[in-house]
Design a protein around this ligand. Structure first.
Ligand SMILES: C[S@@+](CC[C@H](N)C(=O)[O-])C[C@H]1O[C@@H](n2cnc3c(N)ncnc32)[C@H](O)[C@@H]1O
Length: 256
């Protein structure tokens, strides 16, 4: 069974066929279920959707059909956010998807945080609810800041954001696993990719605490435009990069 599993995965173009076979076996309830999972994977579904979890910052986060799979690149944003998070901080994961960033920041903050996560997509939020629950996190549904309770205004110490930033015309160039299995709302950032970034930036000052930080993932190419949107909103900015992970994050600070 194991050999044919590996062969089927390899024939379908899975580069890490042995590892994937192990993961599928681990996720299957029985042989019939394994056959079903294999068919989904061979049919092109992301491995994480098929097994029901993704590894992120050492956590197993719940994820599944119809949700964006957290990328390892985004672990860099979490690393930067944790360094800026004091015990008891109010942390908001905006455009949270399955809530991986917020959960990871909370998991790495020994003093605990007040965690909030928000997204427009109810399918993603169903997973986020489960992922932030161990940290007492609360989940809000709606369009950016409109989702949030008024009581959060001016109280957010650390705002982590991985919003869509792919320019519309470049969606067609993405791997088919993303194009076919992740919702367009999780990928499409508009003509230059920065529609959501501009709206996140414009709304941030009203929600950040004095001296609060906003960390937003972008690309090296788009970083100057992301930074300029945040500067226009009255925040001071710096960009940090991690070459190993091909990650760029703009960090903005509200006036103290
Ligand atoms: C690139 S995915 C990232 C998800 C998550 N932050 C992560 O890194 O795993 C972008 C997310 O932004 C959400 N989103 C897009 N437009 C939004 C909006 N106007 N308001 C709230 N969430 C939005 C999508 O539903 C999606 O979950």
């Amino acid at each position: 069974m194991m050999t044919s599993l590996v062969e089927s995965l390899r024939a379908a173009g899975c580069v890490f066929a042995e590892e994937e076979a192990e993961l599928l076996r681990g996720a299957a309830r029985d042989d019939a279920h394994l056959v079903e999972l294999l068919a989904r994977r061979v049919g092109g579904e992301p491995l994480e959707h098929v097994v029901g979890w993704a590894e992120f910052c050492g956590l197993r986060v719940h994820v599944g059909a119809g949700a964006f799979v957290p990328r390892r690149r985004t672990e860099f944003l979490v690393q930067e956010a944790v360094a800026l998070t004091r015990p008891g901080a109010v942390v908001l994961d905006l455009c949270c998807g399955v809530g991986a960033l917020g959960a990871a920041v909370a998991a790495q903050s020994p003093g605990g945080v007040e965690l909030h996560a928000a997204d427009i997509d109810p399918a993603a939020l169903a997973y986020a609810r489960r992922n932030v629950a161990p940290y007492g996190g609360r989940v809000w549904e709606g369009d950016l800041y409109a989702a949030l309770p008024a009581g959060l205004r001016g109280r957010v110490d650390v705002l982590v954001v991985n919003a869509p930033y792919v320019p519309t015309e470049e969606i067609a160039l993405m791997p088919s696993e993303a194009r076919r299995h992740e919702p367009l709302v999780s990928l499409d950032g508009g003509a230059d990719g920065l529609d959501v970034h501009r709206r996140v930036a414009a709304g941030a000052p009203a929600w950040l605490a004095r001296g609060g930080r906003l960390l937003i993932e972008t690309s090296a190419r788009q970083a100057p435009s992301t930074a300029s949107a945040l500067t226009s909103a009255g925040l001071s900015v710096r960009a940090v990069t991690c070459e190993e992970r091909h990650a760029t994050v703009v960090i903005a600070t509200a006036a103290a």
